[in-house]
Design a protein around this ligand. Sequence first.
Ligand code: FES
Length: 120
Amino acid sequence: MPTITFQNPRGRGSAALSVVVEPGTTILDAAEHCDARVGHACGGNLACSTCHVWIHEGDDLSEPEDKEYDILDKAFDVRPESRLGCQAKVGTSDLVIEITEESLKSWLDENPDIRKREAG
Ligand code: FES
C-alpha cells in the first residue's frame, strides 16, 4: 500500500507526517487519517479549491477531470503539480505532498478553536 507523506502538515517548518493508505483513497482522506491540515471548506464536493496541494514526488494518481481544472482555476499559485486533495485518488505508489498556504489557512478557518489556542 502507498505511503503518503505531507511535508508541511501543520504549516511551514512543521515535521513531515506520513500515512499508509489503501489505493483509491483521496489525498484529503489521507490527510485526515494523519491529522495533516488540508482545508476542505466545501466538504469535498468540488466547489471551493481550499484542498489545493502540490504533488512533489510520485505521479500515480487518478486523472483529473475537467471540473477539477475549473475549480483549480479559482486557486492561488496553481502549478503543473497542483491537484485538489478531495479529487485526487492515490494509486499504488508513494507520494510526497506539500499543502498550499491557501489550504493551511482554510483549515485554520475551519478550526477556529485550534487557531485561537495556537495564537495565544
Ligand atoms: S474540498 Fe472543496 S474542492 Fe476539495
